[in-house]
Design a protein around this ligand. Structure first.
Ligand SMILES: [Zn+2]
Length: 157
């Protein structure tokens, strides 16, 4: 059975252990939280593996069984909560030893009128100050997503 990684040299392990940012949802395998502020798009969430695992090619049996239902559930709930047209998804695995999938609401109106691949650049643009994040809306959507997942959590792994 996998257990969450605890590596003093890993920023994500530290963040998860100290709950510096309260998770929107968490179970034995996954941790769900908003992307670090400033967010390029309100409602931009990440589903993070609690252990060091590079990606789906390396998931163990439990992660394989849980990933699909959990991911699809998060997509459905985030779509409903945000009223977005769709939820963009990506996982690149460049910045941390924890698999982390991005869930990004694609609204009718987007910062910089971004769509397609350009949406993922809004993360960099927000950190560079090229787009202003609506912090009140980020908070509102984060709290709405949290409340919806309390009411209707993903299946336990
Ligand atoms: Zn770690």
């Amino acid at each position: 059975m996998p257990s969450p990684s605890s590596d003093a040299a890993c920023g994500i392990c530290q963040k998860l252990a100290l709950s510096k940012l309260a998770p929107v949802f968490e179970n034995e395998l996954w941790h769900v939280r908003p992307i670090d502020a400033p967010s390029g798009v309100p409602g931009w969430m990440m589903m993070v593996a609690r252990r060091h695992v590079a990606g789906p090619a390396h998931f163990d049996e439990r992660e394989v069984a849980s990933f699909g239902p959990t991911w699809c559930h998060l997509q459905r709930v985030l779509l409903e909560v945000t009223g977005a047209l769709r939820i963009y998804t990506a996982a690149m695995g460049e910045s941390s030893p924890h698999f982390h999938g991005h869930l990004v609401p694609r609204f009718a109106e987007m910062p910089k009128e971004a769509k397609g691949w350009a949406v993922f650049d809004l993360e960099r643009a927000a950190k560079a100050g090229e787009v202003m994040s609506d912090e009140a809306e980020v908070t509102r959507l984060t709290e709405a997503f949290r409340a919806a997942l309390v009411k209707s959590p993903p299946l336990a792994p």
